[in-house]
Design a protein. Structure first.
Length: 81
């Protein structure tokens, strides 16, 4: 079972692979570290998390999205197809 708890700038991504789906949260914090907004998610595939959660929450920032996806891959999350 893969897990990730990573911070990148204002974004905090926590997720766990529960076998047939990925469950977690992504949060946006202010400069002081106070959480401004948090979104829970429960998706079936890594690319669903990236496309439906991370990309929209980061305002379409491709660089941050790519880095967070790479971090999830390093943590053991896989795209089955």
């Amino acid at each position: 079972m893969s897990t990730i708890d990573t911070h990148m700038g204002r974004y905090c991504l926590k997720a766990q692979d529960a076998g047939n789906h990925i469950r977690g949260t992504i949060a946006i914090s202010d400069e002081g570290g106070t959480t401004l907004s948090m979104q829970e998610f429960d998706e079936h595939y890594l690319d669903d998390v990236v496309n439906n959660v991370i990309y929209p929450v980061t305002g379409g920032n491709r660089d941050i999205t790519r880095v967070l996806r790479d971090e999830m891959l390093k943590a053991g999350f896989q795209q089955p197809h």
